[in-house]
Design a protein around this ligand. Sequence first.
Ligand SMILES: *Cc1c(COP(=O)(O)O)cnc(C)c1O
Length: 404
Amino acid sequence: MSDASRDDHGPDGASGEGRGTATKIVHAGRDPRRFDGFVNTPVVRGSTVLYPNYDDLIHHRARYTYGRHGNPTSESLQVALTALEGGDGVVLTPSGLSAVTTALLAVAGSGDHVLVVDSVYRPTRNFCDGLFARLGVETTYYDPLIGAGIAALIRPNTKAIFLEAPGSQSFEMQDVPAIVAVAKARGITTLIDNTWATPVFFKPHAFGVDISIQSGTKYICGHADVSIGTISAIGSALGKVRSTYSALGMTVGPDDIALAARGLRTLAVRLAHHQKAGLEMAEWLAARPEVSRVLHPALPSDPGHAIWKRDFCGASGLFSLILKPVPEKAVAAFFDALTLFGMGYSWGGYESLAIPFDCKDYRTATRWEVEGPAVRVHIGLEDTADLKADLDQAFARMREVAAG
Ligand SMILES: *Cc1c(COP(=O)(O)O)cnc(C)c1O
């Protein structure tokens, strides 16, 4: 029997257990024998599932019961992601943000308190300050560098701690094991937005984190053509996530799931390139006269480097830089001169991107004070020599405009 067929499992299979991450990514969740030998799980479109007889219908005796509850296409991606995350199960949501909000709704309700990292993805913060607050959940933001000091922020009604490392845009690392230890001692659920590292470079469940969230829109999909979110959970958190998801009536279309699954199969090789090219570009940028510093935890000079090195096994292609002070019109000239780097939100696709950012207006537990304009870049799969040439001419344009 070939390796491929041995590793194929149905929905209950612990797919690829004991195998390497890249092998799991390629094999888990596929069952070609079930689909006449075709390598990929077909796109199954459907709402109604017909039962063969009355008895099976009234006892819900069927592998699939209704479109919204899952079909072979969604199940295939869920099994693959469960193998990759090393958790007990995965729920798919229509976007990364809906994965965040569904997971938070699953773990806290009226009268509860949650702790959220101050460097969190901004729409997560908007949810906590908006709908979550309206439902009676109070949020306290904490300094990403807090570590075991988070114990001082815990109240009798604290139900969850929401982490994201490195921080969105600003790339602070967090001491995940120290925070998880505090949470575990008090029965508090931990959640992490792991979109930056993906479970290829950081495995939250191996560190005891209960819920691991990804915007699959980014690296899983990898081609800037799908919005999808994933929630992986262990233990009792999984049941809570599943019932909340089901109560909210969410579902993801099978075409989007198939595109995400297609992206997933090449995740390991794409990330290896994003890591290598990202580091090369980060080092090159750090040496540029226009750049004050680069925020990238895999650089030995980064304040979060020791933690990154201890807990993570790789770095993706997203990082930031702080420019030396220049007038805004020079920053605008830099961005407008870029030809290979696109200007736009989201990231994790095959293409390089650059955006300006400023966290000053919405931080509450920490202060964002930097010496110059901040730029976030995503290093795609282009030739790094071309990316350097593109940045080089954009910096030249920036200097020209700055010189007036
Ligand atoms: C993009 C992003 C999200 C939201 O994902 P969408 O699919 O765009 O909803 C959540 N968290 C992080 C860290 C992100 O970068």
